[in-house]
Each structure stands twice: as C-alpha cells, then as structure tokens.
Design a protein around this ligand. Structure first.
Ligand SMILES: Cc1cc2nc3c(=O)[nH]c(=O)nc-3n(C[C@H](O)[C@H](O)[C@H](O)COP(=O)(O)OP(=O)(O)OC[C@H]3O[C@@H](n4cnc5c(N)ncnc54)[C@H](O)[C@@H]3O)c2cc1C
Length: 334
C-alpha cells in the first residue's frame, strides 16, 4: 500500500529532484489517503540525510545502506528496489527522469513485468478506480497524452524541474526501516569517476528570460537578445530549432529537451509556442509574446501579446531601455 518514490543519492548528497518527487508524491498519497514511502540506497555515511526525508513528507523511509551503494550499481539497486516493492506492494512508484532514474526504472519494470511511463510532467488521480493518470507530451507537437497503467505498482519517471521541491518540516516524524542489502556481488565495477561538466548556462534561477525562436530570422538578429537580456539583467533562452540552426548553443534551450524556467518575466520573440517549448515555462508571473501571427499558441497564452516584427521590436526595446537607464543614471547624478 502507498505511494513510493525513489530517493536518489549522488556524490554531493541527496539529489535535489528527490524533494520534487516527495512534494508530488505527498500530494498523490494524500489524494489516495495512503502513506508516502521513500526508498533510499546509499553509503552508510548518508544515513542522517536519508533519515531526514521524513521531514520532507515521507511517512516511511526504506534504507539500504552499504559502501557498494555509494555509486551507481543498477543490478544491485534493482534487486533491492524490487524486493521492497514486492513486500510493500505500493499503488504508485515514481522515479526521477535523471540518468540514474532512467537506468533503474526500466530494469525494475522489466524484472517485475510492469508498465512504465517516461518523462511525466503531471499526474492526476481518477477517482472512480484510483488509477494514476500519467501525463506527458507525446506524438510530436500537440498532444498531451494521458496514460493509465494496467499493472501495479503504476510506475513513472518524472521530469526534473517540473514540480516544486517539498519544504522541510523540522521535527516531522516517520518510520525508518532498514532494508537488507543482498550478498550478491555487483557485476558493475567502477573504474574511475569523472564529473560531468556543469552546464554553461543556468536558466532555472533567472528572474527575467528573454527567449527567441525561428522568427528572429538570423543569428545576427538573435544575438541582439543578449544585449536586451543584459539590460534587463536576465538570461537568454531559445527554442530547439534555433539551437539546431547554430544561432545559439543548446545550453539555452527551453522545453522538453532543454531546461525548465520559472521567471517573473518571460519575453518570447518569434516563438510559435509549441507544446515541447511551453512545458519548459513554469508559472511565469508575466509572459510577453511578440509575433507577426496573432494566432500563434504563445500569443494565446501571453499576458501581453504584441503583434509585430520581432526583428524591429527588439532593437527598439534595446534603444528605449538604454534611454530609460540613461535617464535613471542622470537622475541619480543630479
Ligand atoms: C521530440 C521533440 C522534442 C522537442 N523538444 C523541444 C524543446 O525542448 N524545446 C523547443 O523549443 N522545441 C522542441 N521541439 C520542437 C518544437 O516542437 C517546435 O518545433 C519548436 O519549439 C518551434 O520553434 P520556434 O517557435 O522557434 O519555430 P516555429 O514553430 O517555426 O515558429 C516561429 C514563429 O515565429 C513567428 N515569426 C516569423 N517571423 C517573425 C517575425 N519577423 N517577428 C515575429 N514573429 C515571427 C511565426 O509566426 C512563428 O509563430 C521538440 C520537438 C520534438 C519532436
């Protein structure tokens, strides 16, 4: 019984996405009126951090601690997760769609002959039969598929950055249960560890995002967005086609294949607003779209939709902002 999540361990500690899973898991568990469980695998020194998962909403934490679990060993991890799932029989099991989650979840699904929905961005509970409705963009552009599993636990991976992290509630108590780590030797031998280079651009924290699409027309005009972003103390985002055209690096991509942004102000220039892009724009306080086509989906979604040529409007905005900043500077000076 219950909703379970997989709590992910990295060399730097518990992966932040774990707290996002706990938040959404808590919501689903409350809807189903069942406890929220977390399965944690890691080295013995991770104990304190793992036990604190109860303060982030977990009612039960299943702890498998062993030096061999300090790094990714999918075979061993699969055995442990499958054992817990067979014993506890939760209704729902969520993994994150990180490289670790994406490696582990299919192994667990394969071993238990379960369905698995990848890269979900939202969930609902169907009240009549308590089914987990797993929602994700599908079939190219415009379909938000709602998927129901025929098998239990209903398993899904969750796109990182989609759900807000759970907040800590110091002193919140839960049950912590040790899980036996099997004696079996892992077939995976870790020869060396090389950390992945950090992404050049982190859009997730930007308060202002100035994003451009194919409607900007050329790399030269797209580059003007950097000037505009600098004036607004923001960051530059992009659609997938412009990254593929080489106008800007893929680090700037927003959407299903890129980053998720949650700015106070999102400005979209020459962007159609395809679903693959807009799922990466999470709860902006104010969304401005500039497009020659008033029917473009992003224009429909915008708080302020400006019908016009982005290639003309961007330089005008830059000029106006420079004037305003110039005025502000002279006022300060007077
Ligand atoms: C599996 C998959 C994953 C994908 N992942 C992503 C992703 O993560 N992120 C992403 O962005 N896309 C992604 N895509 C692509 C996505 O589906 C769209 O094709 C893409 O977002 C469209 O980019 P765009 O708006 O720049 O271009 P277009 O759809 O070509 O839109 C250009 C817009 O500019 C307007 N325009 C033209 N000229 C001007 C002008 N002078 N001034 C103002 N407006 C003008 C047009 O009216 C149009 O609305 C993915 C696609 C697939 C199949």
């Amino acid at each position: 019984m219950g909703v379970f999540i997989f709590a992910e361990w990295t060399r730097e500690g518990i992966h932040p996405v774990t707290y996002e899973l706990l938040n959404e898991g808590r919501r689903l568990a409350d809807l189903l009126e069942v406890p929220l469980g977390a399965i944690f695998l890691g080295p013995p020194e991770a104990r304190d951090e793992a036990e604190a998962l109860t303060e982030y909403g977990a009612d039960r934490v299943f702890l498998a601690l062993h030096p061999a679990l300090a790094t990714l060993r999918d075979d061993l991890a699969t055995e442990i997760v499958v054992k817990v799932l067979r014993e506890e029989a939760p209704e729902v099991m969520l993994f994150s769609a990180t490289s670790r989650g994406q490696a582990l979840a299919p192994r667990v699904a394969g071993k238990m002959k379960l369905g698995l929905t990848a890269h979900c961005i939202a969930f609902e509970i169907r009240p009549e039969d308590r089914a987990l409705v797993q929602i994700r963009p599908s079939f190219g552009e415009n379909v938000m598929a709602k998927i129901i599993s025929r098998t239990k636990p209903q398993m899904a991976t969750v796109r990182p950055g989609v759900f807000a992290p759970a907040e800590r509630e110091p002193g919140r108590k839960g049950e912590v249960r040790e899980v036996e780590v099997p004696e079996t030797e892992s077939a995976i031998e870790v020869k060396s560890f090389r950390p992945k280079e950090k992404k050049g651009v982190d859009l997730s924290e930007a308060r202002v995002v100035v994003a451009g699409g194919r409607g900007m027309g050329s790399k030269e005009l797209f580059d003007k967005l950097f000037e505009l972003a600098a004036l607004l103390e923001g960051a530059v985002g992009a659609t997938r086609p412009v990254c593929h055209l080489g106008w800007v690096s893929e680090d700037h991509m927003i959407g299903v294949s890129g980053q998720t942004v949650s700015p106070r102000l999102y400005l979209g220039f020459g962007i159609s607003g395809a679903l693959h892009h807009v799922v990466g724009i999470k709860d902006p306080d104010f969304l401005v779209a500039v497009n020659i086509d008033p029917e473009a989906p992003l224009m429909q979604k915008a708080d302020l939709a400006v019908v016009g040529d982005a290639r003309e409007i961007v330089p005008l905005l830059i000029q106006r902002l420079k004037e305003i900043k110039g005025m502000a500077a002279s006022k300060e000076g007077s």
